[in-house]
Design a protein around this ligand. Structure first.
Ligand SMILES: NC(=O)c1ccc[n+]([C@@H]2O[C@H](COP(=O)([O-])OP(=O)(O)OC[C@H]3O[C@@H](n4cnc5c(N)ncnc54)[C@H](OP(=O)(O)O)[C@@H]3O)[C@@H](O)[C@H]2O)c1
Length: 245
């Protein structure tokens, strides 16, 4: 039986991925801050879901994460789907700080804990660290400065862990999933977003990327094209472009 831990499994992409893996018969170790949606997930899949409330910004997050792994009798894959973000053109400080605490500090807390788990407790059996980063990590986006920078951090952190694993001979693989807009509670329900995707459309591609062990998966092909174009734009030109909502 395969085992996956999903952090950020109470809503949006993480919840949907958790449902898909649970429906395939995987053991799913689900975590987020809110207990009620995790409890409901467990009620739908009583035999193969365990859960734990974890706030990735809190000091006890790693202890709780390891407890969750133990209750699941181990894991083969960790998916970090916890995250937050705001359109914040006025650079409201609390939004910037919340985004960085969750997507940078909280992300590193869980990704490094997952690395240590895979490297030290499994006799070098293969492990995978997957994360939902974003196309927003390709360039700095003025109306979402902390968010886009935090997504860049996540990508770089995964690259760094991969280099570390190669250097140390740790049997850990990495999957960086970079979606464009997906209609989830993260987005403003009143707003129109370009090329927005439904969860029903995007999540099967995310699940496929994890199962097939892709290193980088941009969701979907239209965002892959846009993102490839973005990367070719020199920064001096990019900073003059009115990108963002
Ligand atoms: N939706 C999009 O358009 C889109 C596009 C590209 C990338 N992404 C990324 O995809 C990831 C998932 O976002 P989503 O769209 O599915 O949004 P969402 O529905 O708001 O889900 C976010 C998840 O993260 C959890 N979370 C937030 N802060 C947390 C914390 N401090 N500790 C633990 N868990 C926390 C939330 O659970 P609790 O509130 O219960 O803690 C929730 O389960 C994020 O990293 C986001 O940046 C989203």
């Amino acid at each position: 039986m395969k085992q996956i831990a999903i952090i950020g499994a109470s809503s949006g992409i993480g919840l949907k991925v958790a449902e898909e893996f649970a429906a395939m018969g995987w053991h799913v170790a689900a975590a987020a801050r809110r207990k009620e949606p995790l409890k409901q997930l467990k009620e739908r899949f009583p035999d193969n879901v365990v859960y734990e409330t974890i706030d990735v910004t809190a000091d006890d997050a790693v202890e709780r994460f390891y407890r969750l792994i133990e209750r699941n009798n181990g894991i083969d894959i960790v998916l970090i789907a916890s995250g937050t973000g705001f359109t914040n053109p006025t650079l409201e400080l609390s939004k910037e700080v919340t985004t960085l605490n969750t997507n940078v500090v909280g992300f590193a807390r869980i990704a490094s804990a997952a690395y240590r788990y895979f490297a030290s407790t499994r006799n070098n059996a293969p492990g995978r660290i997957a994360a939902i980063t974003s196309v927003a990590g390709t360039k700095g986006i003025g109306v979402a400065a902390a968010y886009s920078a935090s997504k860049r951090f996540q990508r770089t952190y995964l690259d760094a862990l991969e280099q570390l694993a190669n250097r140390r001979g740790d049997n850990i693989r990495f999957t960086d999933i970079r979606p464009g807009f997906i209609r989830t509670p993260l987005l403003d329900p009143e707003k129109d977003y370009p090329l927005i995707m439904s969860e029903e459309y995007a999540v099967p591609m995310i699940v496929h990327a994890i199962l097939s062990g892709k290193r980088v998966a941009t969701i979907d092909w239209r965002w892959r094209v846009i993102n490839a174009l973005w990367s070719t734009i020199p920064t001096r030109a990019w900073v003059k472009m009115p990108i963002g909502l």
